[in-house]
Design a protein around this ligand. Structure first.
Ligand SMILES: NC(=O)c1ccc[n+]([C@@H]2O[C@H](COP(=O)([O-])OP(=O)(O)OC[C@H]3O[C@@H](n4cnc5c(N)ncnc54)[C@H](OP(=O)(O)O)[C@@H]3O)[C@@H](O)[C@H]2O)c1
Length: 173
């Protein structure tokens, strides 16, 4: 049996904002490319509102959507579940000995629900304080330690600079 590694992937601004009007509160293509790089070929769990914010299914990533209402007409390839726990169980069938990560892809409700069983955070820190309506308030940063940091160059299309940081849970002593 494969032990899954549950990884939350999100971009968060310095003021904790992650969403605005059902979308991202910024335009940072460098982060979108990073998101693709770290999620490709991994099963992804997301809330129904985040799914609705996407232009469609993201290729090459099994997509598991959490909703309390069902999803009649869900496109082929989208798996519909009634809770994060059910989503995690559904994701396990996509794991292999070489690929053991399950991605939690948001939004705020799903990050919060999945936090207790999360092993790793892959975070894009957006260096800005944009207005928005969705705050990430479920991370107790004192429980996490940064294990790698990458500071990509800001491209001319990026509205703000960003940095990529991977966090692992601190060992309990
Ligand atoms: N910055 C980032 O990295 C990032 C990443 C992802 C999303 N976002 C942004 O975050 C915002 C959306 O986040 P959100 O928190 O409003 O919504 P969300 O977490 O994406 O989705 C919420 C929906 O998920 C379902 N759900 C949540 N908990 C459930 C449970 N326990 N059981 C069954 N269903 C459950 C419900 O769907 P039903 O209403 O269908 O029951 C609920 O309305 C958007 O602005 C999006 O762009 C940002």
């Amino acid at each position: 049996m494969i032990k899954p590694v549950v990884v939350q992937v999100f971009a968060v601004a310095d003021n904790g904002m992650i969403g605005r009007n059902g979308d991202l509160p910024w335009h940072v293509p460098t982060d979108l490319a990073f998101f693709k790089r770290v999620t490709l070929h991994k099963p992804m769990i997301m809330g129904r509102l985040t799914y609705d914010s996407l232009p469609g299914m993201l290729p090459d990533r099994p997509c598991i959507v959490v909703t309390s209402r069902g999803f009649p007409g869900a496109p082929a390839g989208v798996e519909v579940v009634g809770s994060v726990e059910e989503g995690l169980r559904a994701a396990e069938k996509y794991l292999t000995p070489e690929q053991t990560e399950i991605v939690v892809a948001g939004g705020a409700q799903i990050y919060r629900a999945a936090m207790p069983c999360t092993d790793r955070l892959v975070v894009t820190h957006i260096q800005a304080e944009p207005e928005g309506d969705t705050i990430l308030d479920c991370v107790n940063w004192s429980e996490w330690q940064a294990v790698s940091t990458e500071c990509p160059a800001q491209s001319e299309k990026d509205e703000y600079p960003c940095r990529f940081v991977v966090y692992e849970r601190k060992k309990r002593v």
